[in-house]
Design a protein around this ligand. Structure first.
Ligand SMILES: [Zn+2]
Length: 394
């Protein structure tokens, strides 16, 4: 049993004691005191002190009438259960509260909000959804309605109901919260991906433009727009869209290198690719740009000289395992016999080290891995997982 829980339980016990004491004082003038309640309270306290928290809780709940003075204590107890992973017991407390006819409309809304959180914790998504829908529709409390909207949008997102999540979040939540604005742009990208595959490119483009209007930093929208141009043979527009991405977020420069190179190759414009990579290098001096530019220069000139000069110069500026690994490849082109064997041995080690490096990392929770996830699998934030470049700057 965690200490925090025990402490919270003690606070609840004190609150109950205070309330009972007040009730008895108020009642003393009018009628005889109700000693049974006080006895229950001390029995509960005794359980608590004897480390029997569960029985203590049952006794406290039994001792505590539901009225406007005690509703906060009941809600606090319910939350305690849920955070402790016992949502079924929280559910009982909240259902018990909701059955009382004396609740005001505001109190009833608060209990229903907690009840929907219990349903969510228990995986009863349909029931949570119905309850949240009715709160969003009917509650008179603006703040509570927004909380219900957030929970509902989150639930719909988990179910992949992108349009429904957008309908709930737009426009109020998107305007108020940065994380929801970022998420909403990604929901639009998800819709665009579906439409792109079901052959309605016009609708897909409309959603991607809307994604950029919602969040101008949405790299994924430009990446998808570029891919759609590429698919229809529009390589120059595709390159223009890809070139916007480092301005949106330089950390995503490595992500655009492959589609850029493909488009320039199909245009048969290697010089164009070299110029483009040189500009990108000034903007974002990351290893993947250095090695791709070096490799393109080598191919273009038919020798290693410019590639060698570039990689050596960049390594002098900033150490990079990937660039060093590539430099060994260049050295090996001109080595033979024993020297090549020694370089090969070194390169085997740099290869192992490079392979062990994660390629992407979530800037919010640190989750890292090979793949780029638009939504972090650990913290569920959208757009926080980025390539690891050494120029992260965040
Ligand atoms: Zn994360």
């Amino acid at each position: 049993m965690p200490d925090v829980f025990l402490l919270a339980l003690l606070v609840v016990a004190v609150a109950i004691g205070w309330w009972l004491g007040r009730r008895e004082r108020q009642g003393a003038g009018r009628r005889s005191q109700p000693p049974a309640l006080s006895r229950d309270y001390f029995v509960g306290l005794n359980y608590l002190l004897n480390d029997q928290q569960d029985r203590a809780i049952e006794t406290f709940i039994g001792a505590l009438e539901v009225n406007s003075d005690t509703i906060e204590t009941h809600l606090a107890l319910g939350n305690l259960f849920r955070t402790r992973g016992e949502a079924d017991r929280a559910l009982k407390i909240h259902q018990n509260l909701l059955a009382r006819p004396t609740l005001t409309a505001g109190q009833s809304d608060r209990v229903q909000l907690e009840l929907s959180r219990d349903f969510l914790a228990l995986g009863l998504l349909d029931r949570a959804e119905r309850l949240l829908q009715s709160l969003v529709r009917d509650s008179q409390d603006d703040e509570l309605r927004d909380t219900a909207r957030r929970l509902l949008a989150d639930l719909l997102e988990r179910e992949g109901e992108w349009q429904a999540a957008l309908d709930v979040a737009l426009p109020r939540l998107v305007r108020q919260h940065d994380d929801i604005r970022r998420a909403a742009a990604h929901w639009l990208c998800e819709l665009a991906e579906q439409e792109r595959h079901s052959a309605s490119p016009v609708l897909a483009r409309r959603h991607l433009r809307q994604a950029l209007a919602t969040d101008p930093h949405c790299v994924r929208a430009n990446l998808l727009l570029a891919a759609m141009e590429h698919d229809t043979g529009q390589y120059k527009p595709s390159i223009r869209l890809l070139r916007r991405i480092p301005d949106q977020d330089p950390a995503f420069t490595p992500t655009i290198l492959e589609p850029l190179a493909r488009a320039y190759r199909l245009l048969d414009d290697e010089e164009g690719l070299i110029r483009c990579l040189q500009e990108l290098l000034e903007q974002a001096p990351c290893t993947s740009v250095i090695t791709r530019l070096a490799e393109t220069l080598r191919h273009h000139h038919g020798d290693d000289r410019e590639a060698l000069a570039l990689v050596t110069e960049q390594l002098d500026r900033a150490p990079s395992l990937g660039a060093m690994h590539y430099l060994l490849t260049l050295y090996r082109h001109n080595a033979s016999g024993e020297e090549d064997e020694r370089l090969a041995l070194l390169q085997r080690h740099t290869h192992t080290l490079v392979q062990a490096l994660p390629r992407h990392r979530c800037r919010r929770c640190g989750f890292s891995g090979e793949r780029l996830h638009w939504q972090c699998p650990r913290c569920r934030n959208w757009g926080t997982t980025k390539p690891i470049t050494g120029i992260e700057g965040e």
